[in-house]
Design a protein around this ligand. Structure first.
Ligand SMILES: C[S@@+](CC[C@H](N)C(=O)[O-])C[C@H]1O[C@@H](n2cnc3c(N)ncnc32)[C@H](O)[C@@H]1O
Length: 366
């Protein structure tokens, strides 16, 4: 390909979501570039193409002329793809909407191997013997398990040469359709009904130690509305409802699977509807509408360690809290949340600590 023009160029205006003048990070990486470079030597006319786990739309936008179907579990990814394509590419986050047979599947390998396994099982129903799966990844993020899963669920694999720390894996479909082991049904101490955990959930196979500590510090009080911000399977919101039976619970997450799990689990426990919002943090919601926000923020975005999401969660919380309302946050001690919250809210108070975690309240001034 050296010297020739790649028909599938990365769009130069591609941005990360949420768009911010301060965020100078590129919205694609050499794993995207390597895959597009490989595709430029193939005849893809009339192929039905599925793209999975495109981060900010680099692959979907470059291949737009081939009308690919795009799937992602992440609201941020789906929204970035829509904005970067000026609204022309609408990714789905609903695996049941993927039907028919695909000739070519292009996939960034996700960090979460349970999710990868689930996606490959679902894919095995959407492929025929001539179908090819091409996975792309940054070598430093690679888990050996991804090769084993591809070999087991799709077929024999081979790899490309590495380029700019990225590599491709090619797999030809030669296996049979396999049912997915997900969702899991997991029981937790002090919760009478098992939780339904989809594959792309935080701590999908057990209770995280931080969550366990936070569950011991859910307040009860005169709250009209409590927000479980970054809800995963909704266990924090469910505990909050058990302690505050008249309160309306809202659960929100970037992961569509988290929202599905939280909704199912909440319905299994309570007759009222609750509210389940698939969004980035809690952006663009009604100001001064929440009495208490409870949050165990993520400390990475994709494969990158970052406090960007936590900071937006805190800023969004301040906006939606009523005056006098409280944000309760848990974090690893080294994350410095007490200082960060003091900067944003003008106050913060430590509620509990143990050897690993600190739980902090910040109150929106009256
Ligand atoms: C540390 S987990 C906490 C999960 C659950 N609340 C608990 O305590 O077990 C953080 C959650 O934030 C979600 N998340 C990550 N980025 C997000 C974003 N931009 N907007 C909303 N939620 C996000 C993740 O999907 C994950 O469920």
């Amino acid at each position: 390909m050296q010297g020739s023009v790649n028909p599938f160029e990365i769009k130069s205006s591609l941005k990360r979501y949420p768009f911010s003048k301060k965020d100078l990070l590129q919205a694609w990486d050499s794993a995207d570039e390597l895959l597009l470079e490989h595709l430029s030597s193939l005849d893809l006319r009339d192929k039905s193409i599925l793209i999975l786990e495109d981060q900010f739309g680099a692959l979907s936008c470059a291949l737009e002329c081939l009308n690919p179907v795009t799937y992602s579990d992440s609201y941020v990814s789906c929204r970035a793809t829509a904005l970067n394509s000026e609204g022309r590419i609408l990714a789905t986050s609903d695996l049941s909407k993927l039907t028919g047979l695909f000739d070519l599947v292009l996939m960034r390998i996700p960090r979460n191997m349970s999710y990868f396994e689930d996606l490959l099982c679902r894919l095995s129903h959407l492929l025929q013997p001539s179908s090819q799966v091409i996975c792309t990844y940054m070598i430093k993020h690679q888990a050996n398990l991804s090769f084993q899963l591809l070999e087991k669920l799709i077929g024999p694999t081979r790899t490309s040469l590495a380029k700019k720390k990225a590599r491709l894996i090619f797999a030809q479909f030669q296996r049979s359709p396999t049912p997915s082991p997900f969702p899991l049904h997991i029981s937790f101490p002090n919760f009478s009904i098992p939780f339904v955990n989809h594959s792309n959930l935080f701590s999908r196979e057990g209770l995280d130690v931080g969550t366990r500590f936070l569950l011991e510090h859910i307040p009860s009080g005169n709250y009209k509305t409590i927000l479980d911000l970054g809800c995963a399977n909704g266990i924090i919101g469910i505990k909050a409802k058990q302690l505050n039976s008249a309160t309306k619970i809202i659960c929100t997450d970037d992961s569509s699977m988290a929202i599905q799990s939280a909704h199912t689990n909440y319905r299994n426990y309570f007759p009222d509807e609750g509210q389940f919002v698939w969004t980035n943090c809690y952006e663009d919601q009604e100001p001064e509408s929440i009495d208490l926000v409870i949050c165990n923020p993520p400390f990475h975005q994709g494969n990158t360690l970052s406090d960007r999401v936590a900071l937006q969660m805190f800023a969004n919380s301040k906006k939606v809290l009523v005056r006098g309302g409280t944000l309760r946050v848990i974090g690893n001690r080294h994350l410095q949340y007490p200082g960060i919250l003091k900067r944003i809210f003008g106050n913060s108070q430590i509620v509990a600590t143990n050897s690993k975690f600190v739980i902090v309240d910040a109150c929106k001034s009256v």
